[in-house]
Design a protein. Structure first.
Length: 172
């Protein structure tokens, strides 16, 4: 999110200050890639119906990345329409990220993301423009797995611990 303008909208109706985007980023950096933190990707099927599935995601270099087999419903949906949301419950914050998911094929970027996943305990390796590993999530499809990056356009958060609040951020 280099050179990004962030507009903050306080949604709290009880007088709490707007949440800081850095609070969400810090939580994402600390808690993503954990098997104990549930991320849910929401895409749109070609007929317009929603599709939601759990994913393993990692916040890295100020962006959210995830993997998916090319034949999975989520990958097929993203090939038709990259618009998506990702929902996650972090410590003290429920967060929804909105944006477009695009496949990453740059080998040096893939190498850095694979290293981040390995640090978190998943033994991902780059093979060409995708990842392989001895295992992945049951819904990931067979290897190789594509790597996607979400370009954020907005995010919403509700604090579940003090300091409380509800905030929407837009990114341009």
């Amino acid at each position: 999110m280099t050179n990004t303008t962030i507009e903050t909208h306080n949604l709290d109706q009880y007088g709490s200050a707007a949440l800081q985007w850095t609070r969400a980023q810090d939580l994402l950096a600390r808690e993503s890639a954990s098997k104990d933190v549930p991320f849910f990707l929401n895409t749109v099927r070609p007929d317009g119906r929603p599709h939601s599935v759990g994913i393993g995601a990692v916040w890295f270099e100020n962006a959210l990345y995830f993997v998916s087999g090319p034949g999975t419903r989520k990958s097929r949906n993203l090939a038709e329409n990259p618009a998506c949301t990702v929902s996650v419950r972090l410590t003290g914050m429920d967060l929804v990220l909105e944006g477009d998911a695009r496949r990453i094929t740059d080998e040096s970027t893939l190498d850095r993301i694979a290293a981040r996943y390995r640090e978190a305990g998943w033994p991902a390796e780059r093979e060409g423009a995708a990842f392989t590993a001895p295992y992945t999530a049951p819904s990931g499809g067979p290897p190789p797995w594509y790597v996607y990056r979400i370009s954020l356009c907005a995010a919403h958060a509700v604090a579940t611990t003090e300091p409380g609040g509800a905030t929407r951020w837009t990114f341009s």
